[in-house]
Write a protein that binds this ligand. Structure first.
Ligand code: ITT
Length: 191
């Protein structure tokens, strides 16, 4: 079966491909001409919108991820607006560090919603995963993408950007979400 990975974010795409690689799926990239407006009020709603609209536009199965970083001291911001918070990863990180300043509460969580749509746009599977951590005062590490260099996982003593890809993939919000649905993804018969 062919499944379109409904993302335009290369960092996300790489991680999604890693989770999906042991399935017997042929993964296709989302044609860049297909753009979905993320009008949902939640990560799950946006993941559903992206999966459904890409499925309908391509007439193929489609899997989408909507994710973001919610910072406690900023009332959950940037949250749903994590991608729209700046033009580049650097801009987004700078803005977040500037906005948080030296606030003593550094608690945050990454959230990831995944949705799978069949070719007519109907959602057949969805899930959400979270990963708690803290926001550093300056970036550390060069791996990953997005906010990874400032997202520190205390239990491992590292930022996401300092982890090997496999380690981040195991414990991240995306890893938690995929772990939950892997059994169903494996047993699905895509037609
Ligand atoms: P698509 O909608 O095309 O998938 P996007 O980048 O616009 O790509 P989102 O709307 O889901 O995706 O925005 C998620 C943003 O949250 C993303 O741009 C990153 O800045 C951040 N993000 C999500 N997961 C992350 C991760 O694992 N590490 C670092 N930052 C992450």
């Amino acid at each position: 079966p062919t499944v379109v990975v409904a993302t335009g974010n290369p960092g996300k795409l790489k991680e999604m491909q890693a989770y999906l690689q042991d399935l017997d799926w042929t993964l296709e990239l989302k044609p860049s001409a297909i753009e979905v407006e993320e009008t949902g009020q939640t990560f799950l709603e946006n993941a559903r919108l992206k999966a459904s609209q890409v499925a309908i536009a391509t007439q193929q199965w489609a899997i989408a991820d909507d994710s973001g970083l919610a910072v406690d001291a900023l009332n959950g911001e940037p949250g749903l607006y994590s991608a729209r918070y700046g033009k580049t990863d650097r801009d987004r990180i700078e803005r977040l560090l500037r906005t948080l300043g030296n606030h003593p509460n550094r608690q945050a969580q990454f959230i990831c919603a995944i949705a799978l749509a069949q070719p007519d746009g109907h959602i057949v599977l969805e899930t959400e995963g979270i990963c708690p951590g803290t926001i550093l005062t300056s970036p550390q590490g060069s791996g990953g993408f997005g906010y990874d260099p400032i997202f520190y996982v205390p239990t491992l003593g590292k930022t996401f950007a300092e982890m090997m890809p496999a380690q981040k993939e195991q414990i991240s919000h995306r890893g938690v979400a995929f772990e939950q649905i892997m059994p169903q993804l494996r047993s699905l018969r895509l037609t």
